[in-house]
Design a protein around this ligand. Sequence first.
Ligand code: PMP
Length: 355
Amino acid sequence: MSRFWSDLVHDLTPYVPGEQPRVAELVKLNTNESPLGPSPRALEAIRAEATDSLRLYPDPDATALRETLARYHRVQPDQVFVGNGSDEVLAHAFVALLRHEAPLLFPDITYSFYPVYCRLFGVRHETVPLDDDMRVRVADYRRHCGAIIVANPNAPTGIALSRAEIAALLDEHPDQPVVIDEAYVDFGAETAIPLVARHPNLLVVHTMSKSRALAGLRVGYAIGDAALIQALTRVKDSFNSYPLGRPAQAGAIAAIEDEAFFQASRATVIESRERLVTGLQQLGFAVLPSSANFVFVRHPHHDGAALAVALRERAVLVRHFARPRVSPYLRITIGTDTQSDRLLAALADILARNQ
Ligand code: PMP
């Protein structure tokens, strides 16, 4: 603690990202990265930017990338905002759209960055508990609020709302900004982007970190009505004129254009997920229905925290949340089938020893 810190910093409890260990041979299934690697075309585009041109600032408006995303999602370029990872896009959304006198609503449990941003940016908020099946229930959001943010699929449960349910949420709240964080949407959920045309209060946030395997490049984006995008741009221009470097802009364009690679890799992850689910169920785990690149599981006779520690001892990293409702669970990222097999073997060993 320092006497030079502001009160705000004294009061902050920062978000703690999943561990990024430097140990080789580890089966790393704790931060929902892609096991497959980025598109070779994206890598080539990134390498092509490693020239003398790096002495020049990048395009502050990322025009070419926004145009590419607009074509891809069938919207206009002024309906697209890009940022340094979706965490940054979300940060701007919290400031520009989610901060009102009436409280922001979001589920409990959800992405643990949301309460951190509320604290940092002074956003009043109320959480809405998941229902008994760990689902977001749209009817529970029928209450006075200033704005809503929902991760769809939700994290860490992996359970998705349908587009019709999101439409119902929007119909209930035509006068409040509604942000749908679709970080994991490509693994089996329906995107809300087609609803943008009818709902000027809807902002849909995507990332290139998961289904495009570019977590290290830091690219996220939002799609919404041009007025919402203008609000985000105002905040961005008050904070960082150049959120995306030249390699990030070029790599992201190439990744979006490599549709065949994208479709193949998300199909692979979905297949590996179904295979892992079967393996976990055979070991007695209950698995929530996942539309994401992770599964949320619990064993009727074994505590989540103890399992996470025992897995770590066997060089397998998964995520455990030490919070009341979810502490029995483990969140396991979908890795390669070889990684899944190592996880399943480690779990079988742990369960056999602790019977
Ligand atoms: N939203 C959710 C729900 C996430 O789980 C994550 C990943 N931690 C993000 C957003 C942020 O991803 P990124 O900043 O890598 O785009």
